[in-house]
Design a protein around this ligand. Structure first.
Ligand code: OOG
Ligand code: MG
Length: 275
């Protein structure tokens, strides 16, 4: 179920008794929510059987909307790669989404909150590769060999779903809550184990969460390897020069007006966002 597409106006259609889902309808629903800064109920409130497959089909149409609006894909993100994030969101599997040029926030610039519904910020370790990478068996070491630079980052996630209430398939359809991000200074891979890279997340100067790189699937390069495998299954690859987010190391914290959130990392420097 779910393999056939229907682009007519109705949410459902029944063909020979098989109920098919209208992926385009749900992509329009989520895109409209994003563009109008308006939260919505999760798709699974209406479509109880929404599968991961359906979620990625809807996500791909959500991305098509962004491309039609003139945005460019500049990278990819792994999400829910840490136990901290999975527990916070009540799910148990990593997922992926795409990031576009519209999501870039310059370091140091004051963030305009009017484009977000209920933004939350999480610290990330971010990779840039020196060559395209794809394959069914890509390993952490393959990723590290292909890594041109790394940096720390903060991602702003902004689920289109009310109160961040969603299932795994819902959050996949919603392009894994992707909304914005800011990067620290890029550096060539330093000579140390990224699994040991400590990270503090501070809200207005107070430490609210800590982790090390190992929080991300034992090593953040494992998340990049997973992305390379997922994209391989779609006949795609991680692209040279893309911004690749490996996933929040800690739970995410709300970004409110007059708040500064800073990620401080061992070896990777620090990065902040203020609104
Ligand atoms: C989904 C996005 C997860 C991460 O790094 O874990 C994510 C969410 O928590 O809304 O970006
Ligand atoms: Mg993230």
């Amino acid at each position: 179920m779910g393999k056939m597409e229907i682009t007519s106006g109705s949410v459902h259609e029944k063909i020979k008794g098989i109920q098919l889902m209208d992926f385009q309808y749900w992509a329009d629903y989520l895109h409209h929510a994003e563009r109008n800064v308006q939260d919505v109920e999760p798709i699974t409130d209406s479509e109880k059987n929404l599968s991961m497959y359906d979620g990625y089909e809807i996500q791909s149409k959500v991305i098509d909307h962004r491309l039609k609006d003139g945005e460019t894909i500049i990278g990819v993100k792994a999400g829910l790669t840490s136990v901290a994030k999975q527990q916070a969101m009540g799910v148990n599997e990593p997922v992926y989404g795409f990031i576009t040029d519209r999501m870039v926030i310059q370091s140091g610039e004051k963030t305009d909150l009017s484009r977000f519904i209920h933004p939350r910020v999480e610290p990330e370790i971010v990779f840039t590769l020196s060559n395209d990478l794809s394959g069914a068996n890509v390993t952490k070491d393959d990723v590290l060999e292909s890594t041109e630079s790394i940096c720390c980052g903060l991602e702003i996630i902004d689920s289109r779903y009310r109160n961040f209430r969603f299932t795994l398939a819902d959050v996949v359809a919603d392009n894994t809550s992707a909304s914005a991000f800011v990067l620290g200074e890029k550096m060539v891979m330093p000579d140390f184990d990224l699994a040991l890279a400590g990270c503090l997340l501070e809200v207005d100067g107070e430490v609210v969460a800590t982790a090390t790189g190992a929080a991300i699937l034992d090593h953040p390069a494992n998340a990049v390897a997973l992305l390379a495998k997922w994209l391989h299954n779609q006949g795609k690859s991680l692209k040279k020069g893309w911004t690749i987010l490996s996933g929040g190391l800690t739970n995410a914290f709300p970004l409110n007006q007059n708040t500064t959130i800073e990620g401080k990392f061992a070896h990777l420097g620090s990065v902040s966002i203020h609104a």
